[in-house]
Design a binder for this molecule. Structure first.
Ligand SMILES: Nc1ncnc2c1ncn2[C@@H]1O[C@H](COP(=O)(O)OP(=O)(O)OP(=O)(O)O)[C@@H](O)[C@H]1O
Length: 311
């Protein structure tokens, strides 16, 4: 079953010369982990936030963002509130910025259950303890304040909070960036485990290809507001076809080949004031020809000169 289907999503922001999202298509099926990768500014966060219709002021959206078949962009406000409290949850990059420091963890976890889902006090507490245990914490945490917990523990609390209502889809936007490397690995392992246990679809936004490879079944590579390549994690990482994917991989350290030389991608992504003609990656691409500068490439691999073939 498809839990999320983004179809030709377009987003325009005030003051920008071109759409910040220019026709994004993406799908997450039940129990599937999908990674959305790309450099900073490519539009990953805006894509994932669109799923909850958390758009910047003045933004104009086109296309469709369907959760279990229903278009989030066209939903009435009451239905949108229900979607946000039951069906789709989000885990953010910095847990300390996403939690009220004055509240104990217990109140933080139970308040939304009681307010939005009408749970009794005892029922909400029992559910909170169940989810804390699912993320590897104990009920001791209920009495603690956020500042008494490490960053990794607090991110576990945020994941427990996100799963309280049993959502069909979890959005995780750079959920480990604020954590140290070993804690990052623990959180990624935890998300993989929870996906297995609860069958939740997971959209994992990251600029870190190593993390994406560790967790994802399917990968979408984004550049300047477009998906340039997608496929199973295995094929995209083992046999990238778009030159941007290859360049990203060459810029990423590999545990399997620690001695491999890394190559930074020359140049920078285009900023939103630049109007684009042709392929947005062409100015940085070693394979670019005249056609690339004039004609926008389309297709599963959005490139006029893709390498190899996906098996
Ligand atoms: N609220 C906003 N108002 C104006 N411009 C915005 C806003 N949010 C994002 N942008 C711009 O939209 C573009 C895409 O941003 P987005 O945050 O989706 O990128 P990203 O790929 O998630 O990068 P990062 O990893 O840095 O968050 C960027 O150029 C950014 O500056």
């Amino acid at each position: 079953m498809t839990v999320l289907s983004i179809e030709d999503l377009r987003l325009e922001l005030p003051g920008a010369s071109r759409p910040v999202l220019a026709g994004v298509d993406l799908e997450v099926r039940q129990g599937q982990t999908v990674a959305l990768v790309g450099e900073s500014g490519s539009g990953k966060s805006l894509t994932s936030r669109s799923v909850l219709r958390l758009l910047p002021p003045g933004a104009r959206a086109g296309g469709a963002v369907r959760v279990a078949g229903e278009d989030v962009l066209a939903m009435p406000p009451a239905r949108l509130r229900e979607l946000r409290s039951r069906q789709v949850s989000m885990v953010f990059q910095d847990p300390r910025a996403a939690i009220n420091p004055m509240l104990r963890v217990g109140a933080f976890l139970t308040e939304s259950l009681r307010a939005n889902l009408g749970e009794s006090k005892a029922g909400a507490r029992a559910r909170a303890v169940e989810m804390l245990e699912a993320v590897g914490l104990t009920d001791r945490v209920l009495r603690q304040h956020p500042h008494q917990l490490s960053g990794g523990m607090l991110q576990r609390v945020m994941i427990a909070a996100a799963l309280l209502a049993g959502p069909a889809l979890l959005l995780a936007d750079e959920p480990t960036t604020a954590l140290d490397v070993s804690t990052q690995a623990e959180i990624v392992a935890l998300l993989a485990d929870l996906r297995e246990r609860f069958g939740t679809g997971l959209l994992f936004v990251t600029h870190d290809l190593g993390l994406a490879a560790a967790i994802a079944d399917h990968v979408y590579v984004m550049y300047a507001g477009r998906i340039v390549e997608h496929g199973t994690a295995e094929t995209v990482f083992a046999a990238p076809r778009h030159p941007y994917t290859s360049a990203l991989l060459e810029a990423t350290p590999s545990l399997a080949q620690p001695d491999r030389r890394l190559h930074a991608i020359p140049g920078r992504p285009p900023d939103l004031r630049a109007e684009l003609t042709g392929c947005a990656f062409a100015p940085r691409c070693t394979r670019a020809t005249d056609e690339c500068h004039t004609t926008v490439p389309v297709g599963q691999v959005a490139c006029h000169h893709p390498g190899g073939t996906h098996a």
